[in-house]
Design a protein around this ligand. Sequence first.
Ligand SMILES: O=C[C@H](O)[C@H](O)[C@H](O)COP(=O)(O)O
Length: 260
Amino acid sequence: MALAYSKKPTTTTTGIMPSPPQLLLTQDDLKKIAAYKAVEFVESGMVLGLGTGSTAKHAIDRIGELLQQGKLTNIIGIPTSKKTHEQALSLGIPLSDLETHPVLDLAIDGADEVDPHMNLVKGRGGSLLREKMIEGCCKKFIVIVDATKLVDYIGGSGLALPVEIVPFCWRFTAEKLRSLFKHAGCVAKLRVVGENGEPYVTDNGNYVVDLYFEKDIGDLVAAGDAMLRLAGVVEHGMFIDMATTLIVAGELGVTVKNKC
Ligand SMILES: O=C[C@H](O)[C@H](O)[C@H](O)COP(=O)(O)O
């Protein structure tokens, strides 16, 4: 599937590293391979956006390791979640924030879906708002995924498109979101956790509504703008035209594609 993506005019394949043929790699192995490849783009002195999730975690571990070995120096990390903040602190990565460093050299993060134009779904881990704020300020944004994340269109996995909303009258906002996309067979579900089904609360004190679609929602920019016009919506999980580089690890190897 990854190779088909290189035919799109907006991207170029800049490198393929065949995997050892007899190794059976797990999905987590593939995430780690993509993450380590991305860290090759990190240079000493950079201000880095540190992503969130099981794939980004490998990249942050690797950055910490290279710092400890003295192979990277003067790195400043801007974490995209409380969890990543804790991980980076534990690894001794110096941290800052957008107010002190409003322009970042590079961000590395995972994604839940990647379409053929390198548009993304993010936020199934709940961190979409801080991720979008930080990754929107980067000169370069490398997305790292295993090949299972590639989809033909946004929503095409059948899994959630997360939307962060304010808790106030959340049912009202969820219904407004569902109505926006009724043409696409949308189902809107509040994300819940624990045995009692308590609302999931983001790092920003908000709730998440997960949207599921039966069909392609079409124009992503129009869909995103329509969601943001709803007063209870804080941010949606579509990252449109933000990724500059996509690294995909699959059974056939690793592909690195740059947006033209
Ligand atoms: O909120 C979570 C983030 O957007 C993650 O980057 C995304 O969910 C991918 O996570 P993972 O690497 O664990 O699949």
